[in-house]
Design a protein around this ligand. Structure first.
Ligand code: ZN
Length: 248
């Protein structure tokens, strides 16, 4: 099961776990960073992920929440949420986040929150950034997060070369879309569980079926009103509460 950017949204996490479990037992969870930040349940979300066999990499919000990245580059709402999150975390949660790597290679896949060039910061949203990623990628596939937008990026084959370098193709991954893992190198983004940004407020995630060599993208409705009420009670910024309704 591939999750990214849960962002302390427990209702969204539980919804994708239930959705995945309906299709069979969850073997391992890969989380592509930003477990905390923005949402109202940082401790519960960390505890829930740790109940599973899992791999996890550091995101920018995780780093900021443990004081290992300044918040100057964050917008003021995100920065306020980071400060609130840091106050919630106990020593054990801080220790867990501190123990996370920035990049993990697992079999055919490399996991990194942003990009291999700038693991905790770069948004992989352009052909140029995708090309840089493919140049640094030592495995056939890499899985990124950070943009909160589900995406499939294929490495161009040389045959399509016209003038200059052939550019990778970026496209949105839709609910139910299956991506077969074959000879073509790929960069995949499962989208954001806890704060989708492609205009669809439903939680996004992907399931990796190793036997069939296929990754399927899903969208799942969750109890957004409860998350928003918790954020309200915690005094988190209105802007962050509202954006969950729009998936932006
Ligand atoms: Zn994020």
């Amino acid at each position: 099961m591939i999750l990214s950017d849960i962002h302390a949204n427990l209702e969204a996490l539980e919804a994708v776990l239930r959705h995945a479990e309906r299709q069979g037992p969850i073997d391992t969870i890969w989380h592509i960073g930003d477990l905390v930040g923005y949402g109202p349940d940082p401790r519960a979300v960390i505890a829930r992920l740790r109940e599973f066999q899992h791999l996890n990499v550091l995101g920018n919000h995780d780093l900021a929440a443990i004081g290992e990245m300044g918040t100057e580059e964050f917008n003021r709402y995100a920065a306020a949420a980071v400060l609130w999150t840091a106050e919630q975390l106990g020593a054990d949660e801080q220790h867990y986040l501190r123990s996370l790597p920035k990049v993990v290679c697992q079999g055919d896949c490399t996991l990194v929150h942003g990009t291999l060039r700038w693991p905790e910061w770069e948004y992989l949203l352009t052909e140029a950034a995708a090309l840089e990623q493919f140049n640094r990628q030592r495995t056939p596939y890499s899985i990124v997060g950070h943009t909160h937008i589900p995406m499939i990026i294929e490495e161009p084959d040389g045959a399509e070369e016209t003038a200059g370098l052939p550019l990778p193709r970026l496209r949105l991954a839709h609910d139910g879309e299956r991506c077969f893992l074959g000879n073509q190198r790929l960069i995949l983004n499962p989208g954001g569980v806890g704060q989708p940004r492609d205009g669809d407020p439903r939680a996004a995630y992907a399931l990796y079926n190793r036997d069939d060599a296929v990754i399927t993208f899903y969208r799942v409705e969750y109890d957004l009103a409860t998350t928003q009420a918790k954020m309200q009670a915690a005094g988190l910024p209105q802007q962050l509460i509202r954006r969950l309704s729009y998936g932006r």
